[in-house]
Write a protein that binds this ligand. Structure first.
Ligand code: PA5
Length: 476
């Protein structure tokens, strides 16, 4: 990575515009005043202190990822170089954080038709992320892959996730039957260095292995080898991504609320939740950033959706994350956002400079109602539509805010990821919940183990068997 100058970093700084969350724009009933914000000073200070004090400890190991991976980053880059040279396809086997981050970064930083490009222009393997266990999906993947030229990356921190381990078993079996001893040359494992089954398997099979640090949970793992290896294979500048994350971290080191974008964003979401805004819509106006919204949904939903707070009180905390795409969803969801219940905060993501431009051609000279479009660019159109949505929401007193991204590149994507991670941690601290566990997800995982007769889950199976049988009259 070429060193990014201070001036360039400032140019690439993403901005959080919360004008339309304020009463000046959406009225006192829906919006906030500076007085409301000031009234939460104690809570904000406490959240800032908690997050700062816990940096790099417990499950907050992710805060240090921009700084403590120099050695592994070199290993990743060297491994990726080798994969790019020798393989035509790279397939991630993983789910949750192991899939959503790599998908979001691939979509943001690669050509939007990457897999369809000829190899010469692609300059990197085709890329697939296989999270679901739909048999039709797996069968169709196997139909198109040339296994001789495919590298798989099995990613699971626990090494126990049924979906990922099933995929591993299927693929490893096929690889062994085709390549015998050389099967391990087609599989890389990314997992916990000590805990879980995958590390044992990886050692037995002699797989190249990357480690997920202990204090980094699935949904906070994009900036560790979980996300960095796929990104590097795709030719993405992972050092720039980490540098963008470090820059955002630096911006957020101040406890001055109005200067810390993650902290003010967190407070506004927290205050919105307290006002009954139970839905957080993430709406990038960019195809490149569309899966950042999916990644955000997991981060926000799984981190904040908690039945109990840290003192054991039942709180049923959280805010339902919803993904939308601008402008596409202007033609499906905006009607609801503007005129439906007052239960949402809408975050738009706007891109100032797109990486490609297309001009709308001249034509229809005799039809002014079409001709007005001519000569404008598509980026003018998409950004005008974003501003139009902002206007439509604001005039209907709907709380909305905008994250402005100067351009989409590895640095700004690093900033976005880190800002959302930090914002989530701040809101979790404000809600006084455990942001970093996921007992609800584990519940589903355990029930699957029980249904499949996994040893140690007999009691869960017994409990499940005792559940009332379904009543046929309720099925029609
Ligand atoms: O955020 C989390 O911890 C989860 O959503 C995990 O990413 C997901 O369940 C997959 O877990 P694992 O990495 O253990 O396979």
């Amino acid at each position: 990575m070429a060193k990014i100058s201070k001036v360039r970093k400032e140019q690439l700084r993403i901005r959080f515009d919360y004008n339309n969350m304020m009463s000046d724009f959406i009225g006192e009933e829906q919006g906030f005043t500076l007085r409301d914000i000031a009234a939460n000073k104690k809570l904000v200070d406490k959240a800032f202190k908690t997050v700062s004090a816990n940096r790099g400890t417990g499950m907050m190991g992710w805060t240090e990822l921009p700084y403590n991976q120099a050695e592994v980053v070199e290993d990743i880059i060297a491994t990726a170089k080798n994969i790019r040279k020798n393989f035509e396809s790279f397939v991630v086997l993983g789910i949750g954080g192991s899939a959503l981050g790599p998908t979001a970064v691939f979509q943001a930083l690669c050509h939007l038709r990457h897999n369809e490009l000829p190899a010469k222009r692609r300059k990197a393997p085709k890329f697939y992320v296989e999270d679901n266990v739909d048999p039709e999906r797996m069968a169709s993947l196997l139909d198109i892959l040339d296994l001789k030229k495919t590298m798989f990356n099995v990613v699971t921190k626990s090494g126990a996730t049924s979906e990922t381990m099933s995929q591993y078993l299927i693929i490893m079996d096929i690889l062994k039957s085709k390549f015998g001893d050389k099967a391990s040359e087609h599989m890389i494992a990314t997992t916990s260095s000590e805990k879980g089954n995958l590390i044992k398997i990886a050692k037995e099979e002699g797989l190249k292995t990357f480690y997920i640090p202990d204090g980094v949970g699935g949904r906070f793992s994009e900036l560790c080898p979980v996300g960095l290896l796929p990104a590097a294979v795709l030719g993405i500048d992972i050092k720039a991504m980490l540098s963008g994350a470090a820059y955002m971290d630096k911006l957020c080191k101040t406890k001055d609320l109005r200067k810390n974008p993650a902290l003010i964003a967190a407070l506004l979401q927290y205050m919105s939740m307290k006002k009954g805004k139970n839905i957080s819509v993430m709406m990038p106006y960019s195809d490149g950033l569309r899966y950042i919204a999916d990644w955000y949904c997991q981060l926000w939903g799984e981190s904040l959706g908690k039945a109990e707070d840290l003192n054991g009180n039942t709180v049923y905390a959280g805010q339902t994350p919803v993904k939308a795409l601008g402008v596409t969803d202007q033609h499906s969801q905006i009607q609801l956002y503007r005129e439906g219940p007052f239960d949402k905060v809408i975050t738009l993501i706007g891109v100032e400079n797109f990486r490609a431009e297309v001009t709308i051609s001249e034509g229809c000279k005799d039809i002014p109602d079409v001709n007005f479009l001519c000569g404008h660019t598509m980026s003018e159109l998409i950004n005008s539509e974003r501003k139009a949505t902002e206007y439509a929401l604001t005039t209907a007193n709907r709380p909305n805010c905008t994250i402005i991204v100067p351009e989409i590149n590895a640095f700004t994507v690093g900033e976005i990821l880190y800002m959302f991670e930090l914002e989530t941690a701040y809101v979790g601290a404000m809600l006084n919940v455990n942001t970093f566990n996921q007992p609800g997800v584990e519940g589903g995982k355990n029930a699957t183990y029980a249904l499949f007769g996994r040893k140690g889950y007999e009691k869960t199976k017994e409990e499940m068997d005792k559940a009332p049988a379904k009543i046929q009259e309720y099925v029609c």
